[in-house]
Design a protein around this ligand. Structure first.
Ligand code: FCB
Length: 460
């Protein structure tokens, strides 16, 4: 894109966070433990034993954070609820203080003119449910439906945008297959079952929303990473297709088509479960929008000896990659948004997460903290989003990941925030990227059309 604003006048400019990554005080005021709390407190599971015990202390500092959102001019803020604050046992007994916290936050946001967008499940599951098998337990859909109904009843008069699950793929892959996320299991059998029960829970969450009759909209958030073969060989092309089925098509196919990609039984082999076809009906309850989280693309090589699957994700060159080791590739962002429209139809799409981790220099009092790589990433990806809109994608909003530096699922070293957090003092300092984003919001994207620096052009 080279000129003018290319965003509709009602485009939703937002930023996102999640409960366990920012709140801290995980057991405060009667909350039950979550599986992430347990995981982090298990020796050896996180870098240097990092936990979310304090994180960005948002549970206590939320008014300051809402004031920062107001300063940014955010139209919307996407955050998640901690299920175990609200239902310490996962179901049944309600912890009023937990629900009160989110009630106050929602009111604070509305007073600041920021629309609350709520994710019901962003990976922190009540530990009590984990003890019952977590997502491998077919009762999960019922438990999730109950939790969802409790929350809609309390917040549904003010919250208009809901998301059931955040990135079920990561929970399946990181939590149940590779064991690098809570609950730390390593089993292809469990992974395949957990994925299916997550999708049944999603359906139950949508059904509870319709039953509650609250006004508003509900969607599912998936992480998408376009897959490209490492070479032109037929084997690498076929491997890229398998990786695409596994990561990109599994969950949206389930929600939109009521089936899973035909490659999956072959990929999982004997670990693949027999699925009752009746399970697919509730899963396809119509959603109002698709939430897309995009960070990078994936280059895939065939690998017959691969474990557990027969392909390999080629790591990008270190130079230019983010602290998470992800290649910066904005054209794939445009492409993936077009692909969602081509494959799943013209549902409204919101980018519910997009952002980058880079090491930031220490904040100096009175100075804007320079984060040129994050600025370049932001600019190039917003330009890519504008390209998708120009190409006919029904993209209605963009949420930067993340409002604040936070607990990146095992470490505090990967800083994604527009706003820097000093973890010793909890002082917040807006980075240059926050100032850039503030200007983007104030001009509805027109500021992006100003000549871009070399760095940002290079990043695309
Ligand atoms: C996504 C997660 C989010 C954060 C970003 C970097 O996969 O949804 O919580 O970890 O990645």
């Amino acid at each position: 894109m080279t000129e003018a604003s290319h965003f509709p006048s009602d485009f939703v400019w937002g930023a996102a966070t999640s409960a366990y990554q920012i709140e801290g005080s995980p057991l405060a005021d009667g909350a039950g433990a979550s599986n992430w709390h347990r995981f982090c407190h298990t020796p050896g599971m996180t870098a240097g034993g990092a936990t979310g015990d304090v994180a960005a202390d948002h549970y206590r500092r939320w008014p300051e954070d809402v004031a920062l959102m107001k300063w940014l001019g955010l139209k919307a803020y996407r955050f998640s609820l901690s299920w175990s604050r609200i239902l310490p046992d996962g179901y049944g007994r309600l912890n009023a203080a937990g629900l009160d916290f989110y009630d106050r936050l929602v009111d604070g946001l509305l007073t600041a003119g920021v629309d609350p967008w709520v994710t019901l499940f962003h990976w922190d599951l009540p530990a009590a449910l984990d003890e019952r098998g977590g997502f491998t337990n077919p009762d999960m859909a019922g438990w999730f439906g109950e939790y969802a109904a409790v929350v809609y009843a309390r917040l549904g008069d003010r919250v208009r945008r809901w998301m059931t699950l955040n990135e079920p793929w990561v929970v399946m892959d990181g939590g149940y297959l590779y064991g690098v996320h809570a609950p730390g299991h390593r089993s292809a059998y469990e992974a395949a079952r957990a994925a299916h029960q997550m999708m049944r829970a999603h359906g139950a969450g949508v059904a509870a929303f319709r039953a509650a009759g609250s006004p508003g909209e509900i969607g599912l958030v998936v992480n998408l990473e376009p897959k490209y073969p490492a070479t032109r060989s037929g084997k690498d092309k076929a491997a890229a297709m398998r990786a695409d089925a596994y990561m990109n098509r599994w969950f949206l196919d389930g929600a939109r088509f009521g089936s899973y990609p035909e490659e999956l039984p072959g990929i999982f082999g004997e670990a693949w479960p027999d699925i009752d076809p009746a399970d697919f009906g509730p899963m396809t309850a119509p959603i109002d929008f698709v939430g897309v989280n995009y960070y990078t693309r994936g280059i895939v090589r065939n690998d017959p000896k691969g474990q557990p699957f027969d392909w390999y994700r080629v790591p990008p060159k270190k130079r230019g990659a983010t602290t998470t080791g992800w290649e910066v590739h904005a054209p794939s962002f445009t492409r993936v948004l077009e692909w969602v429209k081509e494959r799943y139809g013209d549902l409204p799409i919101y980018v519910t997460e997009n952002g980058s981790a880079f090491p930031d220099p220490p904040a100096v009092r009175g100075k804007v903290l320079a984060d040129p790589k994050r600025v370049a990433y932001l600019r190039s990806h917003l330009a890519a989003a504008a390209d998708a809109i120009a190409n006919g994608v029904n993209l209605r909003g963009y949420f930067a990941w993340s409002l604040l530096d936070n607990f990146e699922w095992g470490s505090y070293e990967k800083r994604f925030g527009l706003i820097h957090v000093n973890y010793k003092t909890q002082k917040r300092t807006p980075k240059a990227s926050a100032h850039v984003y503030r200007n983007v919001i104030a001009t509805n994207g027109a500021s992006l059309s100003a000549p871009r620096g070399k760095a940002s052009r290079g990043a695309r």
